[in-house]
Write a new protein. Structure first.
Length: 138
């Protein structure tokens, strides 16, 4: 049986000091409730202008205009999605924001600014720490 291919994006957001923004998903969310994550979106159409979508998503989930610092090639991995194993195609981005004051939307209940060493203390969604570290280990 062929796996469903789903497309999305992940935006790692840092502040001027290099701390990483983590967002806690709301308990009523269908995908990854009460898990910690970066700014993310999906599933989205593979024809989407991912760069523009990423900028809009950072604004929607943080209340701030983010400056795109870097993007990487899509990563592909398998994960459970809607109760089935799926092939996820995720485009990673790195953004910087000027302020630590985040305005949450209804997708999240809280946020934290953390150092790289603190990532292990959070129950991150699939591949989250790996994507974050891919930007910070440069």
């Amino acid at each position: 049986m062929e796996l469903a291919k789903l497309y999305g994006l992940v935006c790692v957001v840092i502040n001027k000091e290099g701390k990483i923004l983590l967002l806690k998903r709301a308990p009523d969310k269908k995908y990854y409730p009460e898990r910690w994550a970066t700014v993310a979106a999906g599933p989205i159409s593979p024809d989407t202008d991912f760069d523009s979508f990423a900028k809009k998503e950072v604004k929607a989930e943080t209340g701030q205009e983010g400056k795109m610092l870097e993007s990487k090639e899509q990563i592909v991995f398998e994960d459970q999605f809607d109760g089935k194993l799926a092939e996820l195609h995720i485009k990673p981005y790195l953004f910087e924001v000027d302020s630590e004051n985040i305005i949450l939307n209804d997708e999240h209940t809280e946020y934290k600014w953390v150092n790289k060493e603190e990532l292990l203390n959070y129950n991150l969604i699939s591949e989250g720490a790996k994507i974050i570290n891919s930007f910070l280990n440069r």
